[in-house]
Design a protein. Structure first.
Length: 404
């Protein structure tokens, strides 16, 4: 079990004598740089996703000269076609963070780049999606969305050996090139005419293929020969266009219209909740309306239900508010749009609550656990969670995974 204690200025403690109203310093943990945290952009480039007017997008035809572009990578450096003029072949792969198919091909792209970079081949990754067109429900196979800040993390953690360009503000490059899905590969010859477009290979599952279609196309161009199969369909996640924000608003409105309820439970029922007699990975959050860190992080935890709730996952909330304050707790849950299983401890002995939840918990709020079917706690955290760390604990669990 993974248990951590976060360094906090204050963290809420279930107080002695049954008084749930005080905050006290939490136990300090060793100072360390948290490599999981989502960073603010420190590159000098400030992303600004914008609503894009709908246009007809056409995929480039074979033989078309590569349209010009100017886009930043994850370091803030801007790239244009001129930056690759010394390479005989230019490979552009439209890819992204959230898509399971794109993630399935990451290692193959890295390997391809490593093997071809000294052969006069330049490889560029382009993230074409607008975050305004990406639904939380589309992030069920990832720990990262498609924001510029989270592109920085993916590039760092996967050790991309190629520039990873951001086109999420106005999608100017994606509109010109017309990718239909991620990943979508484009191969340009020395005159920067499109010589190949389509899939990387024909088997998505990692370990079953080795970018054969892409390799064959690049080998042919390097040898000044025509590509035998210059055009293939590509399978993956559709490009998220910035003009689809109205549809996203409808989905958001439907989520907010879902009913929110709060059920009072005794210690025995709480024990059953923690035992998790379901087939789902269960995220349990202990919180209270008087706990400021609890209130601050709660919307992010509800968002995880939207990310992963269509898979083997569920979020359950358990309020430590006094039973007589259940209306206050319910009002907060409604404002937070929490249409999940919401419970409130219906008892006066807070130490029985502690034992029912987790004997290793010292009583400070918030407290978050990830529980396997059968009750094994695979992640627990006292204090506001590191959201990225929690997402990873969820998506990398065997019940979940990043690929289909």
């Amino acid at each position: 079990m993974k248990t951590k204690y976060r360094l906090l200025h204050t963290t809420c403690l279930i107080a002695l004598a049954g008084i749930l109203s005080a905050c006290q310093p939490a136990k300090e943990k060793e100072a360390a740089t948290n490599q999981d945290s989502v960073p603010a952009s420190t590159t000098g480039f400030k992303p600004n996703p914008q609503r894009v007017s709908e246009v007809e997008v056409k995929t480039l035809s074979l033989g078309t000269v590569a349209p010009p572009f100017k886009l930043p990578d994850v370091t803030g450096k801007f790239y244009t076609l001129e930056d690759f003029k010394d390479s005989k072949v230019l490979v552009m792969i439209f890819t992204c963070n959230h898509c399971p198919t794109a993630q399935a091909y990451e290692d193959r792209i890295i390997k391809f780049t490593d093997e071809y970079s000294n052969k006069g081949v330049a490889v560029v990754g382009v993230m074409p999606n607008s975050t305004m067109g990406l639904l939380p429900e589309e992030c069920g196979y990832t720990d990262l969305n498609d924001s510029y800040e989270e592109m920085i993390i993916r590039h760092r953690d996967k050790k991309y050996n190629f520039p990873y360009l951001y086109d999420g503000d106005t999608q100017s490059m994606a509109i010109k090139y017309g990718p239909v899905a991620t990943p979508h590969a484009y191969v340009f010859d020395s005159d920067r005419k499109l010589a190949y477009i389509g899939r990387i290979d024909n088997i998505e599952k990692p370990g079953k293929a080795n970018a054969e279609d892409l390799r064959a196309a690049v080998d042919a161009v390097l040898a000044d020969k025509p590509v035998a199969n210059p055009e293939n369909k590509t399978f993956g996640c559709s490009v998220k266009w910035g003009w689809k924000d109205q549809y996203n608003k409808k989905v958001e409105d439907r989520w907010k219209a879902k009913p929110v309820a709060l059920e009072k439970v005794k210690e025995s029922q709480i024990k059953d909740i923690v035992k998790n007699p379901t087939d789902n990975l269960r995220l349990i959050n202990l919180w209270a309306t008087w706990c400021a860190p609890c209130i601050a992080e709660y919307p992010d935890l509800v968002e995880l239900q939207r990310w992963y709730g269509h898979r083997n996952f569920e979020f359950v909330s358990l309020s430590a508010d006094k039973p007589e304050n259940s209306d206050k707790a319910l009002n907060f849950l409604k404002k937070a749009h929490s249409p999940v299983k919401n419970y409130l401890y219906d008892g006066e002995d807070n130490y029985k609550l502690i034992e029912a939840v987790d004997p290793k918990w010292n009583g400070a709020l918030p407290y978050t656990m990830l529980v396997e079917p059968g009750g094994k706690i695979v992640y627990s955290y006292q204090g506001p969670v590191d959201l990225l760390e929690l997402r990873r604990a969820i998506v990398e669990h065997p019940l979940m995974g990043r690929y289909y």
